[in-house]
Each structure stands twice: as C-alpha cells, then as structure tokens.
Design a protein around this ligand. Structure first.
Ligand code: IPE
Ligand code: MG
Length: 221
C-alpha cells in the first residue's frame, strides 16, 4: 500500500492525512475482497525498514494501527473474518502487541475470509526468524528443507499467493514476502494507495485472469 505521503503532499496536507485516508481505503478493499469471493488478503502496512522514518511519523502510524484495531475489532469479528498479524511483532509497543493478540483470539472461531496484516514485516527478517526458530528445536545436524522452513514462516498454513498488487508506481518488492512470491503474478499501478478503488481492483483481477500460469512447467493451469 504505497503512496499515502505523496497523496497528502499533492493536497498540501501532512503525511498523516494520507495514512488516515489509506485506512479508509483498506476498509473498502476488505469489502471488495469479500465481494469478489477472494479467500485471503494480506496488507503490507509497515515494514522493518519503515522504523527508519522520522519518529513522529512512526508514532502516528503506530497510533493509527492501535486506533484502527479498537474501531474495527467488533466488525471484523461479526463479519466472520479470520485475522493474523505477521512480522516481527515483538518489536511493537506492548499495548499494540496486546491488542493484536486480543483481536486474533476474538476472531479465532471465524471461518470466513482470511485477513493478514503485515506490521514491522520484512521478508528477510521473516526468513531469519524462521531459521532461528528451526535451529532452536533442531535435532543434531538436522538440515533445513523448503518444507521445514515454510512451517516456521509467519505465513505458515496460509494459501500460496496468487496475486501481488503494488500501488504508487514503484516496480519493486521492497522486502515483501520474498519467499512466498516465488510464483505469484505481479500487478503494478501508478495509482496512489488513497486513490485505489474498485475499477483498479477489477483491472488487477482481470490481469490475473489472463495470465498463463505454468509454474516452470509447460502445462497451463
Ligand atoms: C505507504 O505510503 C504507507 C506506509 C509505509 C505506512 P508512504 O508513506 O510510503 O507514501 P509515499 O511513498 O511517501 O507517497
Ligand atoms: Mg512509499
């Protein structure tokens, strides 16, 4: 979800106003995901690299996450959404960690759409944390495999990623899901995140629908 700051700057507003508008778009996109029968949605909200932003922006983002959980927790539960937070959650303020654990628990019995929020997330950090988890319980000289590593990732048990959408014009992954995106389709749009809407969403779905997915073999599926 890239482009909040530029959206705000164009309107001579503080960057935070872009992030606030971005949260509204998140709510729209969750509804669109449901409307188009997509089982699983992951939102990249804050990266391990975003900690390097000015302190006031980091604080205002953390506050926004905190407030959004408070405001949306009941709706998420009643809409039958399963929610999981991924990333280096131990680096978050304790209050926010508690709220994350609370909302995940609250929605545990749900069996509808899967919503994942990546906060303090980095693909490299996730892989390193996964390897360290493996080493902790590994038998002597046991080596790691793709299957064993996958089981230690934050995304364990979630479906493979079919489609990545990046807004804001940049064509890079910025350390997102480096392991999981191996065979995903990648859709880039110049639209800034606060301007993302249903018609761009449909364009992304249409792009996905028209891909021939061979996963390295010669067979289309
Ligand atoms: C993405 O928008 C939102 C977060 C990183 C939380 P940016 O804040 O990166 O917006 P631009 O790229 O400066 O426009
Ligand atoms: Mg950006």
């Amino acid at each position: 979800m890239d482009g909040n700051g530029r959206w705000a700057k164009k309107r001579l507003l503080p960057r935070e106003a872009g992030h606030v508008k971005g949260v509204n778009v998140v709510k729209d996109v969750i509804n669109l995901t449901k409307k188009y029968n997509i089982d699983s949605l992951t939102l990249f909200a804050f990266s391990t690299e975003n900690w390097a932003r000015p302190k006031n922006e980091v604080l205002s983002l953390l506050n926004l996450f905190d407030r959004s959980i408070d405001d949306e927790k009941d709706k998420i539960e009643s809409n039958n959404i399963k929610i999981r937070f991924i990333g280096d959650l131990a680096s978050l303020p304790t209050d926010l960690q508690k709220k994350i654990i609370y909302i995940e628990k609250k929605c545990k019995k749900n069996n509808g759409m899967q919503l994942n929020i990546a906060i303090s997330y980095g693909g490299r950090s996730e892989i390193v944390r996964a390897v360290n988890k493996f080493i902790k319980n590994a038998k002597a000289k046991q080596s790691i495999s793709e299957e064993l590593l996958s089981k230690k990732l934050d995304t364990y048990g979630l479906p493979e990623i079919d489609l990545l959408i990046r807004t804001g014009g940049e064509k890079r992954l910025s350390n997102f899901m480096l392991w999981q995106l191996a065979y995903s389709e990648l859709f880039f749009t110049d639209a800034l995140w606060p301007d993302f809407n249903e018609s761009i969403f449909i364009n992304a779905l249409y792009f996905f629908q028209t891909r021939k997915r061979r996963f390295g073999s010669l067979m289309d599926i």
